[in-house]
Design a binder for this molecule. Sequence first.
Ligand code: CA
Length: 229
Amino acid sequence: MSPEHPTVLLVEDEPAQREVLAYNLEADGFRVTRAGNGEEALMLVEEAAPDIIVLDWMLPNVSGIEVCRQLKTRSETRGVPIIMLSARSEEVDRVRGLETGADDYVVKPYSVVELMARVRAQLRRTRPATVGERLEYTDIVLDSETHRVTRADKPLKLGPTEFRLLATFMEKPGRVWSREQLLDRVWGRDIYVDTRTVDVHIGRLRKALCQHGGSDPLRTVRGAGYALG
Ligand code: CA
């Protein structure tokens, strides 16, 4: 597992099932946030969107289906992959689960190993840097497994913050990130960091990317933030 440590929101009302799964995910390098019901899950996502959500279908009050439907309706949370867990195996339920926008569906009792493989499969699509994927953009190659970056085959020296910034940019080339979004993604929301700190590290990243020459691939978007390419 890469040092990026993907964040998982685990929504399960059965404490024993929740703890077994959380234990396994944490042992594999995931940062796990636990929720015991749908309301709590929605509140936690509002606070900080996780990289992925593992969501039990049968929850008290607000069901997993309803939580999924709400999150997939909002533009801010639509992109977060959701894996639904359910004790129902009927085909009709599978269809309903996918219709609400769930990205994958696992039937209980599930094998923890299989569920973890499904979690990683979703992250390879949405957060490749968190699962050790190799990212490429023009002549820049970032290996999130070994934490090495090269440009035109020459190794680049990068600090840990610059590495995380670059990984974020390389996951979605062309996307414009605001300073606040970069703070959330790279520093995490629990830590208080001034948005000007982002500018300082962007400056360092630019310098690092050009340490053997080449043009600056980062773009400053006035009033909006930064983008790669
Ligand atoms: Ca349940």
